[in-house]
Ligand binder design. Structure first.
Ligand SMILES: [Zn+2]
Length: 272
């Protein structure tokens, strides 16, 4: 039997994805920084808070519904529930509505299916995963740190991060770049744009984006792009002796065999 190994697209050595919660007005500054250095973000939004002002909610100003499509163009928008409740304190029906209605509002603004999610407060109970699945959610980010911080999740419904931006992200990025143990290494950064404002440290994320964006050999992708590529890879169909490999997905999939890089186009079979 032949042994085939995972590869990121084009044989790149690693991938970077970022995820930002709550949709406050500071997302505008963050997006402009990400765009400057070619970093992609997934923005988890509460559609029930669009347009709220600091005076109205006693916290922060929120982005407006009419800017969602243009502001986040080139990035991904994902679900963060309508109103940001603690899900375990809601009835099951309420949880379903919080997800479905957030999807409906975001999809109406964006024109694409919105099927990723981060959990409000990062918390859930035993009911939540099943409800999210039945609401069409494909991946979920809690906030627990992964034991192996550069690993892909076994289960995308419990997709753990590499770090929050308050961790030492420049040091962790260097560790990631030097990390040689697996071909599917992923750096997953999450946080909140308003924290850079609160802490007065926008230069931290600017420096990170500048360094990460100019690191060669890294695939920079949204959460959904990572999910779709990895899922396509995991769904490769193989003959029993692994000599022919079929890609049934809509994405070109890359793999290594005997240290050589191969790709399989959508719907095609490759013989090795
Ligand atoms: Zn949140």
């Amino acid at each position: 039997m032949k042994r085939v190994d995972f590869s990121w697209p084009q044989g790149l050595s690693g991938a970077l994805t970022t995820s930002w919660d709550d949709g406050t007005e500071f997302d505008r500054i963050l997006v402009s920084i990400l765009n400057r250095y070619g970093i992609k973000g997934t923005f988890n939004l509460n559609s029930g808070k669009f347009g709220l002002t600091k005076e109205e909610c006693g916290w922060n100003n929120f982005i407006r519904a009419d800017e969602v499509k243009t502001l986040f163009a080139g990035h991904e928008v994902a679900v963060h529930t309508v109103s940001h409740p603690w899900l375990e304190r809601q009835s099951s029906d309420m949880i379903l509505s919080e997800i479905i209605e957030d999807r409906r509002s975001l999809e109406a603004l964006l024109g694409y299916p919105v099927r990723g999610m981060s959990l409000p407060f990062g918390s859930q109970d035993a009911r939540v995963g099943g409800i999210l699945k039945s609401a069409g959610i494909l991946y979920v980010r809690p906030t627990v740190r992964n034991a192996d911080k550069f690993a892909l999740p076994g289960d995308f419904m419990n997709w753990q991060v590499s770090c929050h931006h308050k961790n030492d992200i420049m040091l962790l990025w260097k560790e990631f770049v030097d990390y040689r143990h697996n071909s599917d290494k992923l750096f997953y950064l999450w946080g909140h744009s308003y924290e850079f404002n609160n802490d007065g440290n926008w230069e931290l994320i600017e420096e990170f984006c500048q360094v990460a964006g100019s690191t060669p050999d890294i695939w920079i992708a949204t959460n959904m792009e990572i999910y779709e590529y990895v899922t396509a890879w995991r769904n490769l169909q193989c003959s029993v002796d692994v000599s022919c490999i079929r890609n049934t997905s809509a994405f070109t999939v890359w793999f290594r065999y005997n240290d050589k890089l191969f790709s399989v186009e959508p719907g095609q079979i490759v013989n090795i």
